[in-house]
Write a new protein. Structure first.
Length: 280
């Protein structure tokens, strides 16, 4: 009679396949199969499934936005919890736009990923569920941070202050929402070594923009104000008055040209922008 070892060597099973090959095969299957079928075959296939869904340098949670059924969302978060307890090599985290993680879930993710250098939070409602300045206590190695600001203005300065306090290595910052002179001042004073600043798709006061262009951010290399609604001191759209818009563009571009470190200034004011026209 053949021993178990001899039988196994002559008739290799699926779980004996190289993990990288299995992962490649799994990635070709449907998401439903990856969530509900493959992990239940055996421990080896569960590990490969986690590897397929999560194990790379980016922890991309935006897949949750594509899951319409609550059962799928719950299954995904269950596997996410298993993955977080096994892996620790993530460099970046992208949170979903629609799916909202609760207070303890957000804290749990932050606690398990203290070494990430990039966090992107496209959902403004997360601030009403879980104040993001608490997870920032764990993300002290951050170099890149993007967030859509909550309608609650009081939280803006809290978040900026917490970033200044916890994250000394921030080189790229993106805030999207309503940016006033107060937020701009806090950023200019709090991040003197900032290299990339992204205000795209925001409502931006003219004073806030001029404050950034004054040259105090001596290392600023790239500034993005694409598709921004620029407001004057009275809160009115500068683009509604052609003479005012012309004067504003001239002054803004003059300041940008004298900004010694600035090499990339992305804006919509040089020519008509169909995106902004439609939005307006």
């Amino acid at each position: 009679m053949k021993t178990n070892k001899e039988t196994r060597s002559s008739n290799p099973s699926w779980e004996d396949l190289n993990f990288s090959i299995l992962s490649l095969i799994f990635s070709c299957l449907s998401l439903h199969e990856q969530l509900f079928l493959l992990p239940r075959v055996c421990h080896a296939w569960l590990s490969v499934t986690l590897d397929t869904l999560f194990k790379n340098s980016i922890l991309d949670l935006r897949l949750l936005d594509k899951l319409d059924e609550e059962e799928q969302q719950l299954r995904f978060t269950h596997l996410l919890r298993l993955a977080i307890n096994r892996f620790n090599g993530w460099v970046s985290i992208y949170f979903p736009r629609k799916y909202i993680f609760g207070y303890f879930a957000t804290i749990y993710i932050a606690e398990k990923t203290p070494n990430v250098s990039c966090v992107v939070l496209p959902c403004d409602t997360i601030y009403r569920v879980s104040p993001i300045y608490i997870p920032l206590l764990y993300w002290k190695q951050l170099k890149v941070f993007h967030a859509r600001l909550s309608p609650d203005k009081g939280l803006h300065l809290h978040i900026i202050s917490q970033l200044v306090f916890c994250c000394n290595n921030i080189g790229e910052l993106g805030f999207h929402g309503k940016i006033t002179e107060k937020e701009a001042l806090a950023i200019v004073e709090g991040f003197p070594k900032l290299r990339i600043l992204d205000f795209s798709d925001s409502t931006l006061s003219s004073k806030a923009l001029f404050m950034v262009l004054d040259g105090k951010l001596k290392y600023l290399y790239e500034l993005n104000v694409l598709h921004c609604l620029i407001e004057d001191d009275d809160g009115k759209d500068i683009g509604a008055d052609m003479d005012r818009l012309r004067d504003f563009k001239k002054e803004m571009l003059e300041k940008a040209c004298t900004f010694r470190s600035l090499r990339k200034f992305m804006h919509c004011f040089g020519k008509s922008c169909e995106h902004c026209k439609d939005k307006s």
